[in-house]
Design a protein around this ligand. Structure first.
Ligand code: 9MJ
Length: 342
C-alpha cells in the first residue's frame, strides 16, 4: 500500500498527464468522471495530510476569496500590438519591406490564426505558475493570477521531459524531439484566453434557463470571465487558452525560431494552435490566409484574421519595432462578420 506522499505524487502525475492529453494533445485518455474521482481522492489525501499540500496541486485551481480589485502588473517586456493588413497588396508590401532590409530572396514566416479572445501573459518561476496578467495597454496590465489558475488549459507547472513517463516506458522511449530544453528560471508565455463557440452557446443556454448572466459573444465572455473579482465565478466559465509567444526568458536559451519556440511550449504543456504553419514568401502567406478563411466558420473558436510572423529570431531582431508594433509581424484581418444575434 503506497504511503500518502507516494499516492499524492502518483495522483498529481496522472491528473497533470490527463490535463496535458486533453488540452494540448486533444487526445483525452480518461473520461471526465475518472478525472473527477482522482481529483477527489487527491483532495481527501491533502486534507488529511496538509503538510503535503502544495500551491500547484491540481486541487488548488479554484481560490475561494474574491478580491476587492486587481493589482497592477508591469510587463517586463511590453506586450506587442500588431499592425494590420487588409489587402493582398499590403501583405506584399509587408514582405517586400522585410526582404529589402534583410537582403534575402526568400523569407519563412510562422502563419497563425488570430484568436479573438483576451491577450494575457503568464509568468513561471522554476517551472511553477506564479503570476498572470492581462495585456492592458501593453506596458501594464491587471493581475488576474487567481482567475487564470482556474483555466485547466493553463498548466500550473511546466511538464519536464520525464513527466510523461508511464511505468513501462524507458528513458529511450521518449523520442528524440521530446528532448526538451531545460526549464528556465523565469519564463513568460504570451497567449490568448478564449471561449470556444460551442461552450459559449451551451453556457448561454443554461444562463437563460437559470437566470445567469447571458454573454454577448465569446470574446466578451472570455474578457468578462477573466475580470471577475471572485475566482469561483471564473471557474464556472468555459475558458480555453492557446500560447502564441514568449516574453521574458531567463536562465535558459529558447530556440531562435518562432515555430520551434511554439513546439517547445507545447512540450512544456501549453496548448498551441494546430493550425499554425511555416510558409514561404507572400504567396505562402496569402495561400494560408485563403485556406484559413475558407475554414473560418467551421473552426471551434472565433478568429478575426491570421497573424504572420517572420520565423527566424535573427531577422526579427534586425527588423525591430515601430513604436510598439513589430516590423516583422502583422495581422491580416478578415472582413467583419455580421455577428449572429444571440
Ligand atoms: N490573437 C492571436 O491569436 N495572436 N496574437 C498574436 C500576437 C500578438 C502580438 C504578437 O503575436 N499571435 C497570435 N496568434
Amino acid at each position: 500500500k503506497p504511503t500518502p506522499a507516494t499516492r499524492i505524487a502518483e495522483l498529481r502525475r496522472q491528473l497533470e498527464d490527463a490535463n496535458y492529453r486533453y488540452h494540448v494533445l486533444d487526445e483525452p485518455n480518461i473520461p471526465d468522471a475518472e478525472y473527477d474521482r482522482l481529483l477527489r481522492e487527491l483532495d481527501e489525501l491533502e486534507v488529511a495530510h496538509p503538510q503535503l499540500l502544495t500551491a500547484d496541486s491540481p486541487t488548488q485551481r479554484v481560490g475561494n476569496a474574491p478580491s476587492a480589485k486587481f493589482a497592477e502588473v508591469r510587463h517586463a517586456i511590453p506586450m506587442l500590438s500588431l499592425g494590420n493588413a487588409f489587402s493582398d497588396e499590403e501583405v506584399h508590401d509587408f514582405v517586400r519591406r522585410i526582404a529589402d532590409k534583410l537582403k534575402r530572396p526568400t523569407l519563412r514566416f510562422s502563419a497563425e490564426p488570430k484568436l479573438d479572445g483576451l491577450a494575457i501573459s503568464l509568468r513561471y518561476e522554476k517551472g511553477h505558475f506564479v503570476q498572470g496578467a492581462t495585456r492592458g495597454d501593453g506596458a501594464t496590465g491587471e493581475d488576474v493570477t487567481v482567475n487564470l489558475r482556474t483555466v485547466k488549459a493553463i498548466p500550473l507547472r511546466l511538464r519536464s521531459g520525464m513527466a510523461g513517463m508511464g511505468k513501462g516506458e524507458s528513458g529511450a522511449a521518449q523520442n528524440a524531439d521530446e528532448a526538451a530544453s531545460p526549464i528556465p528560471e523565469v519564463l513568460e508565455v504570451r497567449g490568448e484566453v478564449y471561449m470556444p463557440r460551442a461552450d459559449f452557446e451551451k453556457y448561454n443556454e443554461q444562463a437563460r434557463l437559470h437566470g445567469g448572466k447571458v454573454l454577448a459573444n465569446p470574446r466578451n465572455g472570455a474578457a468578462g470571465s477573466l475580470r471577475q473579482l471572485d475566482p469561483r465565478i471564473t471557474a464556472q466559465r468555459p475558458l480555453a487558452f492557446f500560447a502564441y509567444g514568449t516574453g521574458l526568458v531567463e536562465g535558459a536559451v529558447l530556440p531562435d525560431s518562432h515555430s520551434a519556440t511554439l513546439a517547445q511550449l507545447r512540450q512544456w504543456g501549453f496548448p498551441v494552435s494546430g493550425l499554425s504553419e511555416v510558409v514561404e514568401g507572400a504567396e505562402g502567406l496569402l495561400d494560408y490566409y485563403r485556406r484559413i478563411g475558407e475554414r473560418r466558420d467551421a473552426l471551434p473558436f472565433d478568429i478575426d484574421g491570421v497573424v504572420y510572423k517572420l520565423d527566424d529570431g535573427e531577422g526579427q531582431r534586425e527588423m525591430g519595432f515601430v513604436s510598439r508594433a513589430p516590423r516583422w509581424a502583422i495581422a491580416h484581418k478578415f472582413p467583419a462578420q455580421e455577428q449572429a444575434t444571440t
